[in-house]
Design a protein around this ligand. Structure first.
Ligand SMILES: [Zn+2]
Length: 561
């Protein structure tokens, strides 16, 4: 008999198992949820409290070279937000881009137990994994940037679709990534090769390649589906942030044509324009976007909501950062990773009286309030782009508390509200059950994490217990208990023990012959030797391979898990 724990008297919100506030015991043994534990087991009395699975963040930026550059760019943030060492936790710094240890502690302190870093260059995989392994408590993985990869583009251009699929699988396996990520697909060749050019339509020719974004997006959607990846291709659409971009977003979703695809931070892709020009002030097209997602069950999205205050824009979409730099202030970074991806970073402040910022805030809320299926329109601020993950409790309150939302609406630029539909969908309030879906059950299901986001038998014992409070921001800011893999990490609002958390990754099957195609390309164009590029599994000390649809559950090797 290993370590056991029993939670009693709590109201359980476990949407994956249909539990909507039912008072029920939860039994834990050896890090998993089980049917029963011995009577003398240690008990947590959750009377008057809400029990949910641990939160799962489907899209955030918490590790990797761009995150480190963002940390270096803002030393002033660190001085003002020092995280002191305690008996069980290390020191660190906060701000919009906290240090690794502080990131793990602060996620856990909000009741989150898993998070996905959403944009890592393959070349940056090794250092990203180092950082993720330094991020305590939470389980974590990353999405690998492949949507501007020169070799993949060459294979696609030559119609070598089978090799394209094998190469994609190789890249995911070689980098120990969780899912493929597209960012403004096709843009790097334009940005680097044609003096700050951007992609503007899905049918535009991509620089020197005989390809279009439409063809690239379709090929990745197909390959990810064919590989049976637990999470489909994760798409940051073209034209992010531009007025009138909602038509590009709708077109991108249509490319999927019944196949699974995930559109990320869809709020940033839901803009109309008054006279149809990209230079006009944006208007809200949240209704059109929400209607499409509502009626297409193959499509999922996370919102990428905006909260007012400090943020850091960090993106693989280099021309976007170039556009934003005129609004951001005095410092920005533009960088490039050979053959793989671009990058842009700038500190940014969303202001409630600025028309565009207020409209973005309203559109994020609209998308939540117009969604018919919380399982497919899930919670994110694209941390730290739309706002820090520390603002999640406030966003939850905005969704759950109509009166609070009304007070906040009165403070923002009213012309922006007039050009949004927020007043029309204002009646809706999210329930605790729906919050449990958009913050844990839904993201876990979309990620294909079958042991997360629920409290059924066999699930990971990652559990958060909140004290009920009419002020939902307060309630979700400081859980009373957080349990990770069956251990009480936070008890009576305080850290009691350290936990490591696992790196989650996918190892899709591929034909090893593909290495004969990839290796010569490395010798010609990369600064890294081919043999030094893949991250060996031995490099990961605490990890878990999540199987594809073609691999039997539990068959994939997971030493050290
Ligand atoms: Zn992002």
């Amino acid at each position: 008999m290993g370590s056991t724990l029993r939670i009693v008297n709590g109201r359980v919100y476990d949407p994956a198992n249909g539990l909507d506030g039912v008072v029920q015991d939860i039994c834990i043994q050896d890090g998993r949820i089980v049917a029963a534990v011995p009577p003398d087991t240690k008990t947590v009395d959750a009377r008057g409290m809400v029990v949910m699975p641990g939160g799962v963040d489907i899209h955030c930026h918490i590790a990797g070279s761009k995150v480190n550059m963002a940390r270096k760019l803002q030393p002033e943030d660190h001085r003002h937000d020092v995280h002191l060492r305690t008996r069980v936790s290390r020191s660190g710094t906060g701000g919009t881009v906290p240090s690794t240890f502080t990131t793990g502690y602060r996620y856990a302190a909000l009741g989150y137990t898993a998070a996905m870093e959403a944009a890592v260059t393959p070349l940056g995989a090794r250092s990203t994994l180092e950082e993720l392994q330094d991020t305590p408590i939470i389980d974590k993985g990353f999405f690998v940037l492949v949507g501007n990869n020169v070799l993949l583009f060459r294979l696609l251009q030559e119609g070598r679709l089978e090799e394209f699929r094998h190469a994609l699988a190789w890249w995911i396996g070689a980098t120990k990534a969780y899912a493929p990520k597209l960012v403004n697909p096709g843009v790097d060749a334009m940005w680097k090769g044609e003096r700050n050019a951007n992609i503007t339509t899905l049918d535009q020719k991509i620089g020197p390649f005989d390809l279009t974004p439409r063809k690239v997006i379709g090929a990745f959607i197909q390959a990810a589906n064919d590989l049976g990846l637990p999470h489909p291709v994760h798409i940051h659409c073209n034209n992010l942030g531009h007025s009138g971009n909602y038509t590009t977003t709708l077109e991108t979703m249509r490319i999927a044509d019944g196949r699974r695809a995930h559109i990320t931070h869809i709020q940033f892709h839901s803009y109309g324009s008054v006279a149809g020009k990209t230079t006009d002030n944006p208007t809200s097209k949240a209704r059109e976007i929400a209607d499409f997602v509502n009626t297409h069950p193959n499509i999922s999205a996370d919102v990428g909501a905006v909260l007012f205050g400090r943020s850091t824009s960090m993106t693989a979409d280099a021309p976007l950062a170039y556009m934003l730099r005129q609004f951001g202030g005095h410092k920005w970074i533009n960088a490039d990773s050979e053959n793989e991806s671009g990058c842009g970073i700038l500190p940014f402040t969303y202001q409630d009286q600025v028309y565009t910022n207020a409209l973005q805030w309203a559109i994020g809320l609209e998308l939540f309030l117009l969604s018919d299926d919380p399982w497919r329109m899930v919670f994110s601020t694209d941390h730290p782009n739309g706002g820090s993950f520390m603002s999640y409790p406030k966003l939850i309150r905005l969704l759950m508390d109509r009166e609070f939302r009304k007070e906040e609406m009165a403070k923002v630029n009213q012309k922006a509200l007039d050009n949004s539909g927020l007043r029309d969908c204002h009646a809706r309030e999210y329930s605790l059950y729906e919050i449990a879906i958009i913050t844990r059950a839904g993201p876990a299901r979309l990620l294909g994490l079958t042991t997360k986001g629920h409290l059924g038998i066999g699930a990971d014992a990652d559990i958060t217990i909140y004290e009920e409070d009419a002020d939902k921001e307060k309630m979700f800011s400081t859980p009373r208990y957080v349990i990770k893999d069956g251990a009480l990490v936070i008890e009576d609002h305080e850290f009691r023990s350290e936990a490591e958390g696992r790196v989650l990754h996918v190892s899709p099957d591929y034909d090893p012959g593909i290495e004969q195609v990839i290796q010569p390309f490395f010798e010609d164009f990369y600064t890294v030797q081919f043999a030094n590029y893949p991250v060996d599994v031995e490099y990961l000390h605490h990890h878990q391979v999540v199987p594809t649809a073609h691999q039997p559950a539990g068959a994939a090797p997971s030493p050290g898990a």
